[in-house]
Design a protein around this ligand. Structure first.
Ligand code: ADP
Ligand code: ADP
Ligand code: SF4
Ligand code: SF4
Length: 589
């Protein structure tokens, strides 16, 4: 079965020399019609039945607008929805089970939201034809676990609640105080409980428009949990939250399932997804072109398959490499040459005071920075970057520093290529940087785009790339995972690790994603104190000591998966959790 998808946002027939694809297509040249021109919309259409799949048009199109794939014939029976001729195609849907949290794991643009819109009854799937009724959907899913669900959906017996992905957009549509919003949502009489669990007491009388990203996220999760529904969907519940808040939110969502509700969650922080889910669907394919929901897997197996990049039962490799984590005991520690020693520092804002213990940094190492929100991590990094003056102590060094701030602005007039060429044009051509940084982060596809039109995730990838392209001794990256999907997080982690190792450079990385921290860090700086009031930063310490100290303050233990080596959060109160807490081993080596 051949599927041809054209990204009409990228396609520009005037700029490719007038329908280049049509002119180079061998079928057309022989008098056939694999590509026809839709004169009305001034766009090409690929007729899948006539196309031989030679791929010439794919390579010739200067804007990478065309995707042609050959998919197994039997998949055609599982086609759920197609956004028009040559549009994105979705195959299969996730299962929905009462009393279970079903986790969805896959990159952005792969059809997760489309699937949820269908399950929430907001989008009638066309079954990749001209379907116009829910009755046909029920027929198509006969014998499938979803048949019953769709029957109820058709009879309006299912009430869905959705926690949206972009919580920053909430103030545009919801006005008023947090208390009033949550009181209106409180259909289950759980207001006090939920407010306490998500620590919202202090902001109940704030206006929605005054809230920070992390506060908006917790309010949105609370509002969803308070509703009385059958089906709950949480799209990226961990964005903007620190690790403790992420796990608290996850616990609350799990409680919904324990009460018999059906829950679906998309999450890009793998430690959180692991903690949250009972079963998992891996979604694979090509973002923007097609997406396939795998059969449901157990959580451990599902995440491991994802890290392997290979689905054994479907015999599909969806990533050319696998991701492996090294045990702490096998990592190098402080073997390199000292890069620099920095002194003890204090920053006093009046209402907030930060004390930093002085320490040393080594060449070729990555130091992770962990701690709750509002504890001074960004302030510390800004002092090292020379953006903020310490109140006591001085950062006096001759180092070249490259800094990626937490909040990135798109205030550049020009294209991505122009921006990056100004930093270092030769590295854009180097095969080392292409392999280690540019290609894995999908940067060449963005070259022609205007910087000020990029989405959050695109801008983050460009900002991380810009930071790593600069010639520097010390790289400071404040939350590089924000807005990135799981695949991009893995790519960014690998790029940071490899570049520091191979170039013998040093990086400090502020991060909440535990798998990323584990993957990239040689040592850790731990922030402790009382968020918003007082923060204290330790000097860099070994991973084991640092993680133990950090996780003890969060009250959660991790073990290692025997196959991939990845850290897995223990369920609270489990045998392992109790044993590890007793021994003070919060982070298993
Ligand atoms: P995800 O939630 O995994 O990021 P989506 O389900 O939002 O993915 O979108 C998958 C793809 O479907 C997008 O890349 C886009 O190309 C396409 N798409 C989404 N909505 C529409 C639409 N209304 N019309 C045409 N194409 C769409
Ligand atoms: P983190 O990065 O750990 O979330 P930050 O360093 O951003 O923490 O902030 C720590 C505390 O310092 C917060 O309470 C914040 O409100 C406060 N703060 C940050 N910048 C300023 C400033 N320029 N003036 C006053 N207070 C500030
Ligand atoms: Fe030109 Fe590419 Fe569009 Fe074909 S798909 S008309 S080659 S821009
Ligand atoms: Fe024509 Fe080959 Fe493109 Fe198919 S893949 S439309 S046959 S050029």
């Amino acid at each position: 079965m051949r599927v041809a998808v054209i990204d009409y946002d990228k396609c520009n027939p005037d700029k490719c020399g007038h329908f280049l694809c049509e002119r180079v297509c061998p079928v057309n040249r022989m008098g056939g019609e694999a590509i026809i021109i839709d004169e009305e919309n001034y766009k090409p259409i690929i007729q899948e039945a006539s196309c031989t799949g030679c791929g010439i048009c794919v390579h010739k199109c200067p804007f990478n607008a065309i995707t042609i794939v050959n998919l197994p014939e039997q998949l055609s029976e599982d086609c759920v929805h197609r956004y028009g001729v040559n549009g994105f195609v979705l195959y299969r849907l996730p299962v929905i089970k009462e009393g279970m949290v079903v986790g969805i794991l896959g990159p952005n643009g792969i059809g997760k939201t489309t699937a949820v819109k269908i399950l929430a009854g907001q989008l009638l799937p066309n079954l990749c034809g001209d379907n116009d009724s829910w009755d046909n959907v029920i027929k198509a899913f006969r014998g499938n676990e979803l048949q019953n669900y769709f029957e109820k959906l058709k009879n309006k017996e299912i009430k869905p609640v959705v926690k949206p992905q972009y919580v920053d957009l909430i103030p545009k549509v919801v006005k008023g105080k947090v208390r009033d919003l949550l009181k209106r949502a409180d259909e289950r009489g759980l207001f006090d409980k939920v407010v306490k669990e998500l620590e919202l007491e202090g902001i109940l009388d704030r206006e929605i428009r005054q809230l920070s990203g992390g506060e908006l996220q917790r309010v949105a999760i609370a509002a969803a949990v308070l509703r009385d529904a059958h089906f709950y969907f949480f799209d990226e519940p961990s964005s903007y939250l620190d690790i403790r808040q992420r796990l608290k939110a996850a616990r609350l969502i799990r409680k919904l399932a324990a009460e018999g509700k059906s829950v679906l969650a998309v999450e890009h922080d793998l430690a959180v997804l692991d903690y949250l889910s009972d079963i998992i669907h891996v979604v694979y394919g090509k973002p923007g072109a097609y997406g396939i929901f795998s059969m449901p897997k157990g959580t451990r197996v599902g995440i491991n398959i994802f890290l392997d990049g290979y689905l054994p039962d479907e015999n599909v490799r969806f990533r050319p490499y696998e991701i492996r984590f090294t045990k702490l005991s096998e990592r190098k520690s402080q073997t390199g040459e000292v890069l620099v020693e920095y002194p003890s520092l204090v920053k006093d804002y009046g209402s907030f005071r930060l004390e930093v213990e002085g320490g040393e940094l080594y060449k070729g190492e990555v130091v992770g920075i962990v701690g709750p929100n509002g504890i001074g991590k960004t302030t510390f990094v800004k002092m090292l970057a020379g953006v903020e003056e310490p109140t006591e102590g001085k950062v006096e060094w001759e180092l070249k520093v490259s800094y990626k701030p937490q909040y990135i602005k798109a205030d550049y007039e020009g294209t991505v290529f122009e921006l990056l060429s100004k930093i270092d044009a030769s590295k854009l051509m180097s095969s080392f940087y292409k392999t280690e940084l540019l290609n894995p982060l999908g940067i060449p596809e963005l070259y022609d785009r205007s910087v000020n039109e990029l989405s959050g995730g695109e801008l983050q990838r460009v900002a991380v790339t810009a930071c790593l392209l600069r010639d520097a001794d010390l790289y400071l990256l404040d939350e590089p995972s924000a807005y990135l999907d799981v695949e991009q997080r893995l790519a960014v982690s690998r790029a940071i690790r490899h570049l520091m190792e191979k170039n013998e450079k040093t990086a400090l990385v502020v991060e909440h994603d535990v798998l990323m921290i584990d993957y990239i860090s040689d040592r850790l700086i731990v922030f402790e104190g009382e968020p918003g009031k007082f923060g204290k930063a330790t000097k860099p310490m070994g991973m084991r000591e640092g993680m133990n100290r950090f996780l003890a303050s969060v009250g959660i233990t991790f073990r290692r998966d025997p196959d991939t080596g990845r850290p897995r959060a223990n369920k609270e109160g489990s045998v392992k959790d109790r044993e590890q807490k007793e021994r003070g081993e919060y982070y298993y080596a």
